[in-house]
Design a protein around this ligand. Structure first.
Ligand code: K1U
Ligand code: ZN
Length: 180
């Protein structure tokens, strides 16, 4: 198992369109395991393969309180079941510490394959509906800040730069030998 590197906005690789998974083989199963570990390590509720620079139609998610119920969606197709859109405060592991409201349909149908290659066909509402649409956007090279104003997108860029700098400094500190 491995924790993978998550690409950060505005990395152009996040704009790559993901290709369908041809076969749910051992390589895909390893990627699924690593993506789930990466999602838990980053304390996220979802992760698209695009975010770890693997441009395949693969999403992992865990909306459970105890973080013990991972879901896997391979080659997902998401269809809105309502016309009306509702706002929901979103975050993104590729845009750390930036949160804002995005409007999306609150009820969708999800068709996909699971980690065993078995068909999934379910209706989703609430956070599951929001999260699967956010992750589908990643597979299509779309990031949630694309829905925000230019001003907010520029602020998001600056914020991510700052957060990454602080994270780097903290890593350097951790690597230094202790003075004690
Ligand atoms: O795709 C990602 O980067 C994962 C993202 C999923 C997501 C969260 C909230 C709304 C839509 C999609 C995250 O996990 S962000 C971190 C997080 O756990 C979170 C952030 C805001 C609200 C709820 C959860
Ligand atoms: Zn995201």
């Amino acid at each position: 198992m491995a924790v993978l590197n998550i690409l950060s906005y505005p990395d152009p690789r996040l704009r790559t369109i993901a290709a369908p998974v041809k076969q749910v083989d051992d390589n895909i199963k390893t990627l699924i395991t690593d993506m789930i570990e990466t999602m838990y390590d980053a304390e996220g509720i979802g992760l698209a393969a695009s975010q770890v620079d693997e441009h395949l139609q693969l999403i992992v998610m865990d909306l459970s309180e105890n973080k013990d119920t991972p879901m896997v969606f391979i080659n997902p197709k998401v269809t809105p079941l309502v016309e009306e859109k509702q706002p929901y405060e979103e975050g993104c592991l590729s845009v750390p510490e930036v949160y804002d409201k995005v409007e999306r349909p609150n009820k969708v149908r999800i068709e996909a394959l699971d980690e065993n290659g078995d068909a999934i066909d379910q209706e989703a509402e609430g956070l599951l509906a929001v999260c699967i649409q956010h992750e589908m956007d990643h597979l299509n090279g779309v990031i949630f800040v694309d829905y925000l104003s230019n001003l907010k997108q520029n602020r998001a860029r600056d914020k991510v730069k700052k957060v990454l700098k602080i994270r780097e400094k903290n890593l350097e500190k951790q690597a230094q030998p202790s003075n004690v």
